[in-house]
Design a protein around this ligand. Structure first.
Ligand code: MG
Length: 213
């Protein structure tokens, strides 16, 4: 969960106005020795990683391959859940989907961002990556809803097909391959890695869609 914030100079530069508040603590405020790469991976929750069967987050289908994804990203990057869901719902949901990951002193997801007034509005529920206060070059967002991605963030966003439950879905295996390639790129800009990936196709509006069979 995001903790009280001390903004560094570089973090202030990422924010576009005095009224914006960084949603994550500074990199110095958390133990970055825990992560093997410089990347910050942002994942949407609903219909991206899992499909909730109720309004409370108690019952859900894990997207097939989710456990493999969690094992892949655990400790490798700073991982963030960013959901439009409310806090109680998001917390319950995240706890439910991460129980399978092996015990560690560090959680698989370093931060969980849920609906709050620092970023969310009913009229325009987008997730501006600049509010994370991270180096853009190393930020990737995975979403099922392109409307949640701000225009300036499109080059570092991957749109996955909606997951509506059930055992037949191959989105996550493709996503794992993509993220594995990112990890092996030796800190390259996310935008460059996405631009050359054969796992993605680009729409006319510039969004990268996961190329599932
Ligand atoms: Mg979603």
């Amino acid at each position: 969960m995001a903790s009280p914030i001390q903004r560094s100079t570089s973090q202030k530069r990422c924010l576009s106005s005095k009224t914006e508040v960084a949603l994550l603590p500074t990199r110095r405020a958390i133990d970055y020795q825990a992560f093997e790469t410089p990347y910050t991976l942002v994942f949407d929750l609903d219909d991206t990683l899992a499909h909730s069967k109720d309004d409370d987050g108690n019952f859900f289908d894990e997207r097939p391959g989710l456990r493999d994804l969690l094992q892949l990203i655990h400790g490798k990057s700073e991982n963030v859940i960013w959901t439009c869901g409310m806090r109680v719902y998001a917390s319950r949901f995240v706890k439910g989907i991460t129980y399978t990951v092996k015990q560690s002193v560090y959680p698989t997801f370093a931060h969980v961002l849920y609906r709050d007034r620092r970023w969310y509005s009913e009229e325009n529920p987008v997730k501006p990556l600049r509010l994370l206060g991270r180096d853009y070059r190393h930020v990737l967002i995975v979403e099922n809803n392109e409307a949640a991605v701000l225009a300036e963030d499109i080059p570092r966003a991957v749109i996955v097909p909606d997951y509506h439950g059930g055992p037949h879905d191959d989105g996550i295996p493709f996503l794992c391959e993509l993220i594995n390639g990112l990890y092996q790129s030796d800190g390259e800009d996310v935008e460059s890695v996405l631009a050359r990936s054969p796992l993605l196709r680009k729409s006319k509006k510039g969004y990268y869609y996961l190329r599932t069979i």
